[in-house]
Design a protein around this ligand. Structure first.
Ligand SMILES: [Zn+2]
Length: 381
């Protein structure tokens, strides 16, 4: 129920009952529990139809969560509400080659600044989430080749009373797109969500599965050119080396930090000459080629792309389908593969981690750190 309220940003009781397959009496009982826990509130709202319900159930706005992202060559901390509104943001430059010890120093400084801010306002952070690229592989993290046990131990010690969920950047991006009000994204059924940003990664989204069950689909490190451009993973010729924001920044002659300040409209702002545009078309072709290969290994019928290609003119994006056509078994056929583009969220870190933290908070039943979430959920059920 909490997850549904997070996704819908508020619902009337009959809708909640229908969505959760509960009777209205059960919904009432659960809501009174949740109100007692200060998790939900009901506000007067115009009825959706004459004689309809007038009391809208929403998550409370005064619950604070913390999002931490290691992305876009910076470490960002943000505190905000469950709806994703950031009240506090601090971003510190962090090299892509950041050493683990440097990270720890940077993290401690950012955390104590955040704690100072929260303390003066009397804010208690109920849940934290941190996302980083490359996280979650058994073989270790190829992007930040750190000791994972040391990382987990360090974070647990540093955050103490704040429960933390650590995840891959693309999983946090999925949470952002599922729960953000600014990019409502309605795709029914299982699909591949492909994020083309500083890194290039995807997740297979199963609408019925919890987001934390997803794992990254590392299409970005598929080698498409033998002895090609150097990639940050140490290999040459990876998709990421051709299609990430850093690769694009070289083509359009704008530094990646400048792209971040320009945000989602950076291509319009900086403009493109015909040579750059042609190169970007070629890069989209390569992305399509890799995507087709990935779909041969893991077929899905819907792909949603978020990233700079979403900002390109539609006729240029046709290069992606040209690429798909040359690698996907049977070729590209729009009746068998639905490809859609959604607005990227460039440079808004740590919004994705904040939404993931909100998700983790409601998934745990909104219980405080020391409570056992499973016991709490059984009690509510
Ligand atoms: Zn690579």
């Amino acid at each position: 129920m909490l997850e549904s309220l997070l996704r819908t940003r508020g619902a009337f009781r009959p809708v909640i009952a229908r969505e959760s397959n509960l009777t209205e009496a059960s919904v009432s009982r659960i809501l009174s529990e949740l109100r007692k826990e200060n998790l939900v509130e009901e506000v007067r709202h115009p009825a959706p139809h004459v004689g309809g319900p007038t009391s809208l159930v929403t998550l409370r706005k005064d619950i604070s969560v913390l999002g931490i992202e290691l992305s876009n060559s910076r470490l960002s901390f943000g505190v905000g509400d469950l709806g994703g509104t950031l009240d506090y943001v601090e971003r510190m430059p962090a090299s892509p080659q950041l050493e683990q010890a440097e990270f720890e120093t940077l993290f401690d400084a950012s955390l104590s600044a955040m704690r100072g801010w929260a303390k003066t306002r009397g804010i208690t952070v109920r849940q934290a989430a941190m996302s980083m690229p490359g996280y979650g592989r058994d073989a270790g993290n190829p992007i930040f080749p750190w000791d994972v046990e040391r990382l987990r131990g360090f974070l647990a010690e540093a955050l103490q009373d704040i429960p933390l969920a650590l995840t891959n950047s693309v999983v946090a991006q999925t949470a952002f797109h599922r729960y953000s009000s600014t990019t409502p994204y309605q795709v029914a059924g299982d699909h591949l969500f492909l994020f083309v940003g500083h890194g290039v990664a995807g997740v297979i989204v199963n609408e019925a599965a919890p987001i934390d069950a997803f794992s990254a689909f590392e299409i970005g490190h598929m080698v498409i050119e033998r002895d090609g451009l150097a990639c940050r993973c140490g290999h040459k010729g990876c998709v990421e080396a051709y299609t990430s924001l850093r690769a694009v920044s070289k083509i359009i002659g704008v530094s990646d930090s400048e792209i971040l300040t320009k945000g989602d409209r950076f291509l319009e702002v900086v403009g493109m000459d015909s040579i750059a545009r042609e190169m970007l078309r070629e890069r989209q072709f390569l992305l399509g080629l890799a995507l087709g290969n990935a779909l041969n290994l893991h077929p899905v019928s819907t792909v949603v792309i978020s990233g700079w290609p979403s900002l390109m003119p539609e006729e240029d994006r046709a290069a992606i389908t040209d690429g798909l056509n040359q690698s996907l078994l049977g070729g590209y056929d729009e009746r068998r593969l639905t490809l859609s583009f959604i607005e990227p969220s460039i440079g808004n870190d740590p919004s994705a981690a904040l939404h993931y933290a909100a998700y983790c908070f409601v998934r745990g039943g909104g219980m405080d750190a020391k409570a056992d979430p499973r016991a709490a959920m059984e009690e509510i059920a």
